[in-house]
Design a binder for this molecule. Structure first.
Ligand code: SAM
Ligand code: SF4
Length: 385
């Protein structure tokens, strides 16, 4: 961004001038919908139980935030996540999609809508498809009764099969499923059964998460002990080898995609590119400024959405580039790094040790974490940073 553009942006943010919109390149947009029809025992996401009057007030505030923040750039990827966006009633969904009309979506490539399996019926799927959603991300997590009971979620494999059939008939060609593993008591055999059933649904993309026992969740408060690290590691290893053998590309620590179905929106994050985040608890990175929104629904509804923001220095940006870029299996392109920061990555960070230990590898102009060590990636990043 030029200094002039930054100057205008600064003046506008600080209320010194109004109505100046600095339009730069293509951007991505994340919108958070915090409502859920029920609350899962393990979930630490920013969410509240669905309550009609709050939804309307929330969407009113969301409209104000979009109007205030958005600078008019064409949007390349749009992700509506949560919470559970699919928990909204039809009238609220229509309102949400009216708000989206404020964005320039003429060049939109990917539009993801996050759903809970139990919310999906023909009417909702048809509405989403007709209104431009071209990627569904569905929380399924498991089909094992004991795991589901632990999570306080309820559905069957036949529910999922029905929804997948319906979605395919309606025309969705890009469907991602979430799988949760590492539930206390879960065995490798349980995970294998789950993964086989997930594959029967023929998703285009799978995100796998190992359970994190978070404080202030029901399971955290109950003092649940996470599964042993060795079991967690062998589960991860199993997932990687099974999904790769079925033609999925392991492109990010927790994400697997069929050819052509890598999530463009998430790649925007991992490539350390800019994006807007609108809604409760969202964070964004626009014109060199990282910001985070409040997690208080009351404040958000009152229009006090911003929690904090920070103008990033070149060092901060390079740090983020490393933290995010190494999550991708392809790693970091050295030329791109140089083009962005006008300095060689190896001059900024001492990589000799991790290269010698083969924790980081080099090939085709990219530095990447040795896939054998991806599981302990955080420790390697600490060594570098
Ligand atoms: C916003 S939810 C997905 C959509 C929808 N709300 C649902 O749950 O069906 C995003 C994902 O985060 C995962 N998640 C939430 N809390 C987690 C935790 N403590 N550890 C690991 N994954 C977690 C969930 O399993 C879920 O698939
Ligand atoms: S996992 Fe999904 S449905 Fe469950 S509480 Fe969290 S956001 Fe809501």
């Amino acid at each position: 961004m030029s200094n002039f553009a930054y100057f205008l942006f600064f003046m506008q943010r600080n209320g010194i001038i109004k109505m100046v919109k600095v339009v730069s390149g293509m951007e991505s947009v994340y919108i958070h919908i915090p409502f859920c029809k029920s609350i899962c025992s393990y979930c630490d996401f920013c969410k509240v139980l669905h309550h009609g009057p709050w939804v309307t007030q929330y969407l009113n505030a969301l409209l104000l935030e979009v109007n205030d923040r958005y600078n008019g750039e064409p949007i390349k990827t749009l992700y509506i996540g949560g919470g559970t966006p699919s928990s909204l009633q039809m009238k609220d969904l229509k309102y949400l999609f009216d708000i989206l009309k404020k964005l320039d979506l003429r060049e939109l490539e990917e539009f993801t809508f996050e759903c809970n399996l139990n919310d999906l019926d023909e009417r909702l799927l048809q509405f989403l498809f007709t209104n431009g959603v071209n990627r569904l991300s569905i929380g399924i997590e498991s089909f094992q009764e004991e795991k589901l009971a632990f999570m306080e979620r309820r559905h069957t494999f036949s529910d999922a099969l029905q929804v997948m059939d319906l979605a395919r008939k309606i025309g969705f060609t890009n469907i991602s499923l979430d799988l949760l593993y590492g539930i206390p008591g879960e065995t490798l055999k349980d995970l294998k059964k789950d993964l086989d059933l997930f594959l029967k649904l023929q998703p285009d993309h799978i995100s796998t998460y190992s359970l994190i026992v978070e404080d202030h969740t029901k399971v955290g408060n109950a003092g649940i002990i996470p599964i042993p690290e060795e079991l967690d590691a062998s589960m991860y290893e199993y997932i990687v080898s099974k999904l790769e053998s079925k033609g999925f590309i392991h492109y990010e620590v927790s994400n697997f995609a069929k050819e052509g179905k890598i999530s463009k929106h998430n790649m925007q994050y991992w490539n350390n590119e800019e994006y807007y985040g609108f809604g409760l608890s969202s964070h964004g990175y626009i014109q060199g400024i990282r910001y985070q929104n409040t997690k208080s629904l009351t404040s958000y509804i009152k229009g006090k959405w911003l929690l904090k923001e920070e103008v990033l220095s070149k060092e901060d940006k390079m740090y983020n580039e490393i933290m995010l870029g190494f999550r991708k299996l392809e790693g970091i392109c050295l030329k791109d790094f140089f083009d962005k920061y006008e300095v060689n990555l190896q001059e900024v960070y001492d990589l000799k040790g991790v290269l010698r230990q083969e924790e980081i590898l080099y090939a085709d102009g990219h530095l990447f974490i040795n896939p054998r060590y991806i599981y302990v990636m955080n420790e390697i990043l600490i060594k570098i940073l």
